[in-house]
Design a binder for this molecule. Sequence first.
Ligand code: MN
Length: 414
Amino acid sequence: MLRFWITLIPFCIFASAQVHIPHDSAVTQQAFKYVHGDLTFATASQIDISKEPWTSKYGPQNDLGYSGPLSFSHFDYKRCLEDASVPFDIGIIGFPFDTTTSYRPGARFGPSAIRSGSRRQSLGKGRGYTLAWGSSPSDYGSSLLDCGDVPISAYDNAKAIDQMEAAYSTLLSRPVFGGTSEVYKEKTRTFSRDGKEHPRIVTLGGDHTIVLPILRALNKVYGPVSVIHFDAHLDTWPPRGTTVQEGITHGSFFAVAAEEGLLTNTSIHAGIRCKMFGIEDMEHDDTVGFQVISTEDIDDYGIKRVIEKIRQRIGNQPVYLSLDIDVVDPGQAPATGTPEVGGWTTREVKRILRGLSGLNFVGADIVEVAPAYDNADITGIAAADIVHDFLSMMLVDGPPEPHVGPFSKIDLLL
Ligand SMILES: [Mn+2]
């Protein structure tokens, strides 16, 4: 018993000290900053770090590929929902939500896995150039920021969906940074209802239902949009179940979105190969506003025709891109909720994404990364690399020219 009180008494003193500090005191300010990991309030001004052993010998405390805080690709990180101090042109936000999955749950850990998979990319530290793009997303004068994750209810799906819409609307309504150089270009002003440029958000899911609140938020700014949907599954199935909430799942959210008037009638799937109830699934899909490019079409018609068909379907409309990682073959992306064999390779998906550059993207996401089913981070790394491509795709004016190198353009098999 004595041991109990010896343990408890210091805790009570500590806890009451936390509670009774006046809210406006300098002590509270310091305590608040300390809790949030910002130690700059300390005696920093009195310390000459240039004379300390580390700085005098080795200089700055640079983050390595495998070290440092876990932001996407070593971007600057802010909790943007509570902190509007850093304006951005493209923001990364995590939606850790997975309570409308039909099979394997776990995509609430997707944002963390994608950030972890992005560590070697170091785009935030200037290492983003690739031969395939011939540029880096950092070359286009845009402010890129990791806005953290949305705290989402894991128990009440209606509340969770509202939280995601509120968060997305909050970020969409922020003023853009407007670029750091003359190469920066406005991308959304001509489509927005208020005639203003709005930031673009890349969302890390989360199961696929996160797209419903995103489309609701986008609708308030742009009106209905068309969707390019990379997925093994249609996700346009009619809502089922005995309650409204039961009907909103990662397999039905597009049908719900269409009923709400959030979609134009000119959307398109890419990579479909799932088992269906029958041809009636395709007929219903058509009523939701989608055309279908199947997984096998890439063999029968080729990548170039796949890209052409998607571009033709979308034209100059504002378009939202949603990519379910299960579009990739489970051999290259096993960590997902509803795997389907015989999928596209990561390289094929990346090449199609390059081909879509220059369309009028108002936002993008990658969903259904569930790292508990991963091996050696293979899916998280693939997803992070695809997000890197999203950034280039959203910033450049059109598809990059193929690398020539020791070949000539005559050699191209296009
Ligand atoms: Mn999906």
